[in-house]
Design a protein around this ligand. Structure first.
Ligand code: TXA
Ligand code: MG
Length: 346
């Protein structure tokens, strides 16, 4: 997986922008960096993105270089108004229009046939392009001021958990990105749902911020991509979102879950490993003798989603060897949470 281009080293500037009172001159500065072919990390409602001018293939190449991302993994193009979809994509169905009407701006990425202006480096050589309009004022202002669509993957090193704060971005990409806009902690904390609309049956390639249940309110039949399916999205690597520690997911949300987690934790500790436990809030005290972090109440999946990636990164800072995680129920955002935990577990 060494198809990136090399190493770079630059000074990374950080500018703070208050999402509730945007200082436009600061965002304009970031927009000039994008226009000039540079890299800007910026907050979206899901996670921080690592942005470049999507129509400038040299600028886009820097994204792959900075992240050490394989060139075969396509990027999402971010737009600031729905009409821009028509410049970037073609054969846009009524279903696509309906979904966009309902979920944009927001954490839904649609995959459609690409138009000629989208460079192949963005789509990893595919004739389809992934597009979304984020629901974050800083992101929208940046795209608008840059006067160009912005291609942006999550602003982490390839394979690591996505960043939900500017500090996470700095930890992974200092010296590799020109500028980071610090707009505070992201709201959702998990990436967008990627929905392929180029097949007969719409297919969720990656569960995310817009749940299956919500999508089914608009389209009845949706296919959910499973890891055993033929991989037609190059980015659907089985092992991803990984902290440095080994992750073990106790993939059952049942009465003996706590017992299993405790037993495994003791097994590893007796072998001399340091262990971190991710527990639902209601179970946390049952692990009081361990290094335990609460994901959030098991019935508050929104909170659990928001905490997941920063917990994985926190355990890295503690140099934990093994992370043992409880499960959450696989409905609404829980589907995306379990997807990320399974991929972290590899
Ligand atoms: O919430 C998000 O989606 C964040 C923020 C920054 O917008 N972005 C993000 O990007 O998570 P990234 O690159 O980490 O994930 C994009 C996913 C990858 O799994 C990629 O393979 C898939 O979307 N993708 C992109 N273009 C595609 C295409 N043309 N066909 C199929 N899958 C595609
Ligand atoms: Mg990513």
């Amino acid at each position: 997986m060494e198809t990136y281009i090399g190493d770079i080293n630059m000074k990374t500037e950080i500018i703070k922008v208050n999402p509730n009172n945007i200082d436009i001159s600061r965002v304009k500065k970031a927009a000039r960096v994008i226009k000039g072919g540079g890299l800007v990390a910026f907050p979206t409602e899901t996670v921080y993105g690592l942005g470049a001018d999507a129509l400038n293939d040299k600028a886009v190449a820097k994204i792959f270089e900075a992240k050490k991302r394989p060139l075969g993994d396509p990027l999402i193009v971010h737009i600031s108004k729905k009409e821009d979809l028509f410049k970037l994509a073609k054969e846009i169905s009524n279903t696509a229009m309906e979904l966009i009407g309902k979920f944009w701006p927001g954490p839904l990425t649609v995959v459609l046939k690409k138009s000629d202006i989208v460079p192949y480096i963005v789509t990893a050589g595919l004739d389809t392009v992934a597009i979304r309009m984020p629901a974050n004022q800083i992101a929208l202002t940046l795209i608008k001021e840059a006067q160009t669509p912005i291609s942006a993957p999550s602003a982490n090193l390839f394979g690591r958990p996505s960043p939900t704060t500017s500090q996470h971005v700095l930890d992974d990409l200092e010296g590799k990105v020109d500028l980071i806009i610090d707009g505070g902690k992201t709201d959702i904390g998990l990436e967008s749902t990627v929905l392929d609309l180029t097949q007969d049956v719409p297919s969720v390639l990656r569960p995310g911020g817009v749940s299956m249940e919500k999508l089914q309110g608009v389209i009845k039949t949706i296919h959910l991509f499973k890891s055993q399916d033929k991989i037609f999205s190059p980015g659907m690597y089985p092992r991803h979102y990984s902290p440095k520690a080994k992750v073990i997911l106790i993939d059952e949300n049942d009465r003996i879950e706590v017992e299993k987690v405790r037993k495994l934790a003791y097994d590893f500790i007796l072998q001399g490993y340091s262990v971190g436990i991710i527990a639902k809030e209601e179970n946390k005290e049952k692990y009081s003798e361990f290094n335990v972090k609460s994901l959030g109440p098991g019935d508050d999946l929104i909170k659990c989603a928001a905490n997941l990636f920063s917990i994985l990164r926190d355990f890295d800072r503690f140099s934990v060897d093994v992370i043992i995680s409880e499960s959450v129920k696989e409905e609404e955002l829980g589907l995306a949470i379990m997807d990320r935990l399974r991929k972290a577990a590899g």
